[in-house]
Design a protein around this ligand. Structure first.
Ligand code: DAK
Length: 261
């Protein structure tokens, strides 16, 4: 697949997407959002992809935000269309059947921080910086940032970060629960790949069901969440992987799960 602003690689069930506008610190313009949106549609149908890594080209930025040169020319109408495209693309990440990890190698600001938050979890380099600087531009986060950041770090901390536009480093982001793990920059991609391989070795149906249970569950009360979990648990038995996994344990051998959904 050929893209103008993305590099797409696939190896042993792991897809790696690199946002590739390094001269603009990988800022999200409308073309990049459309390309990524289309690629997510393709991935959703690719049963052989078990895990997705999303990262930024170069060593300076994951994504430095929405492209300010495009934002500067927007009116209310085009801003709404842009927000719809961005929010739609980010919702697709949660709806993918396979996990998506943001591998944040530098600035993750504004729309870049929102994109990382839309992924299932974040690994960061010790050089990464996170922030929602939209207020400095007379804007608010428009790609779900007010919602996802508050769910991740709590409403009060999200409001402080949004109101002050403060940038925080990787370690502080980890302490807040925004980032799962922090690595020296040169070790980040290897660490991400190691976790990706572990996840890719699990049964793909059970991973998809766990992902949907967690995502849907955080938006409902505990009883509704447990109800959904029960249904998802039952669905695991529609895949041969449940028999293979339990059988392998009893036979004292390593389970061999399906290679596609
Ligand atoms: N957009 C476009 N270009 C950008 C950019 C961005 N967000 N960030 C950096 N660049 C470009 C710079 O203009 C520069 O280009 P040249 O001048 O070389 O042509 C190049 O990348 C390198 O940047 P710097 O020279 O500034 O590099 P520094 O190391 O000095 O500084 C920096 C790095 C990341 C601290 C700085 O570039 C910076 O502050 N960038 C802007 C960060 C920012 O404010 N990001 C948030 C953008 S607002 C909406 C939906 C979503 C959003 C808004 C509305 N709807 C409701 C419609 C989201 C908004 C945002 O994300």
């Amino acid at each position: 697949m050929e893209f103008k602003h993305l590099i797409y690689e696939k190896e042993e069930g792991i897809a790696r997407i690199t946002l590739n506008r390094p001269k603009a610190l990988n800022a999200l313009n409308a073309e990049l959002i459309a390309e990524l949106d289309g690629l997510l549609d393709t991935l959703a149908k690719d049963g052989a992809v078990r895990m997705v890594l999303l990262t930024g080209a170069g060593d300076k930025a994951f994504v430095a935000g929405a492209d300010i040169s495009e934002l500067a020319h927007m009116d209310s109408f085009s801003a709404r269309i842009f927000a719809e495209a961005g929010q739609g693309m980010m919702a697709k990440i949660a709806n993918l059947p396979m996990p998506v990890m943001a591998v944040v190698n530098g600035f993750a600001l504004g729309g870049g921080c929102e994109l990382a938050l839309a992924c299932d979890f974040i690994y960061a380099s010790d050089k990464a910086q996170f922030g929602l600087p939209e207020e400095t531009l007379g804007l608010i986060p428009g790609f779900g940032g007010t919602q996802r950041l508050a769910r991740r770090v709590g409403a009060a901390m999200a409001m402080e970060l949004i109101f002050t536009a403060k940038r925080i480093g990787a370690e502080e982001a980890r302490q807040l629960g925004l980032v799962n793990r922090v690595f020296p920059a040169e070790e980040l991609m290897d660490a991400a790949m190691k976790t990706a391989k572990t996840i890719a070795s699990m049964g793909p149906a059970a991973i998809a069901l766990a992902k949907i249970s967690v995502h849907r569950g955080v938006d409902v009360d505990l009883s509704a969440g447990c109800h959904m979990e029960k249904e998802a648990f039952g669905l695991c038995f529609a895949s041969p992987d449940a028999k293979e996994g339990t059988g392998a344990f009893l036979e004292k051998r390593k389970a061999v799960f399906s290679t596609s959904r």
